[in-house]
Design a protein around this ligand. Structure first.
Ligand SMILES: [Mn+2]
Length: 426
């Protein structure tokens, strides 16, 4: 037994250029930078990256340089990095190696990865080149990576073969735990993890973008930056863990990440007579809000209520620009949810189910944004709902992509000669 400490982070999503802004690309780098500096300053022995270091499988040269800049700092300071791939940065099906393997081969971290054999997961000891289990004196790291819909089954298989040891055991896994989530997300039931209580000391999780914990066993730090604006929510934290281990005892400290402020508002436009009134109303509303004065913020504004004109008469892009200039924001996103029928009805007359509302909203959106897709309207709406269903039930990514690709092939090309309908990843 020995004493050691580690920092555990996940979902850095380097290379995420939100709103196509260089500043946002930089923000993701800086959020990782904070974690790296913290680990060095606190002389952590290890930094664990529980998947999604990168936002995409294919990253740009600047994103690779950004990652190497921080990883080199860690290396120089003697902080050893142990990583797994997430759903965003794992190798594509036909490619053997990801950029994660490249960084592993360059000696920036140890990438742990199980192989899949006829009997299921093969957990080989790390031999200096590859493997899933890294043994260092007193500590055993098991890297499972991202297992998608098979996570539960693989964990059960692992539980059968994994022996308990005196070594402190840390499992790195990119997966959500059900108990920690709303019930509509396809994660793994908490009981599956609890079954490891006598074999595993710390599950270092990633994948869910806000802080989640299960007992004193599973820890998910969240994405340090907001990959999607709706990750900024009251009661939802984002950051990383600093863990000090003495024997089998651990002291876990959650450290919130430094990130660009995101403010999300809902504004009811009920009863407005003319589209021209919207701007005044919105600017007056925002004038009353107070913002932290650290970095230029990102604003998300959700417009609701029934207005006496077409909701599409609201110049969303123009309004976003106006807000950006008036309040010196980095980015503004307006969600125009005015005139959505069911949301305005009182409960007695609410005759729409969720599915009907979704179909209605999707149809309107496509008709307005992409009139050229009109002949495919019903098909596209059905496809979107199908994809949503598939994602929620944990259908393999490959088959979802196949569905989308089939649809994209049918659609007319837009002006840039590019096809629309790129899959957005969860
Ligand atoms: Mn992620």
């Amino acid at each position: 037994m020995r004493n050691f400490s580690f920092v555990h982070c996940a979902d850095l999503h380097l290379g995420c250029q939100q709103f196509n802004l260089d500043e946002r690309w930089e923000d993701f780098g800086q959020a990782f930078g904070q974690i790296v500096d913290y680990a060095i300053e606190h002389q952590a022995d290890y930094l664990l990256i529980a998947g999604d270091l990168f936002h995409h499988r294919s990253i740009s040269a600047p994103t690779l340089s950004q990652a190497i800049h921080y990883l080199a700092k860690l290396k120089k300071a003697g902080v050893k990095v142990v990583a797994i791939e997430g759903n965003h940065d794992k190798a594509f099906y036909l490619e053997k190696d990801s950029w994660m393997s490249f960084l592993h081969n360059q000696g920036y971290f140890v990438l742990l990865k199980p192989t899949l054999g006829p009997e299921g997961l093969e957990l080989n000891s790390y031999d200096g080149e590859k493997g899933a289990i890294l043994h260092v004196p007193g500590v055993r790291f098991i890297g499972l990576g991202y297992l998608g819909a098979t996570t539960k089954q693989r964990l059960e298989e692992l539980n059968k073969v994994l022996a308990s040891t005196q070594d402190y055991t840390i499992v790195l896994l990119h997966a959500g735990v059900d108990k920690l989530l709303g019930q509509d997300l396809a994660g793994v039931k908490g009981e599956v993890f609890e079954g490891f209580a006598d074999k595993v000391d710390y599950f270092a999780l990633g994948h869910i973008h806000s802080r989640q914990e299960l007992g004193e066993l599973c820890y998910n730090p969240g994405a340090p930056e907001c990959v999607h604006l709706d990750e900024e929510k009251k009661g939802h934290e984002k950051g990383f863990y600093h863990v000090k281990v003495q024997g089998k005892e651990k002291e876990v400290k959650f450290v919130p990440s430094l990130r660009r402020p995101v403010y999300r508002y809902r504004l009811d436009l009920e009863g407005l007579e003319k589209p021209e009134q919207v701007t005044r109303k919105v600017l007056d509303f925002l004038q009353l809000q107070t913002w932290e004065d650290v970095k230029r913020p990102i604003i998300q504004l959700n417009l609701t209520g029934t207005v006496h004109f077409s909701s599409y008469a609201i110049d969303v892009k123009g309004l976003e620009e106006e807000i950006k200039n008036t309040f010196d924001c980095l980015a503004v996103e307006i969600l125009n949810n005015t005139n959505i029928p069911a949301l305005d009805q009182d409960r007695e007359t609410l005759s729409f189910d969720r599915n009907t509302i979704e179909k209605h909203v999707l149809r309107e959106m496509i008709e307005f944004e992409k009139p050229e897709f009109k002949p495919y309207l019903a098909e596209i709406v059905d496809l979107v709902l199908q994809v949503k269903q598939d994602v929620l039930t944990g259908v393999e990514e490959a088959s979802i992509l196949e569905l989308l690709e089939k649809m994209v092939e049918k659609l007319p090309e837009d002006e840039d000669g590019q096809k629309e309908g790129e899959a957005s990843e969860a």
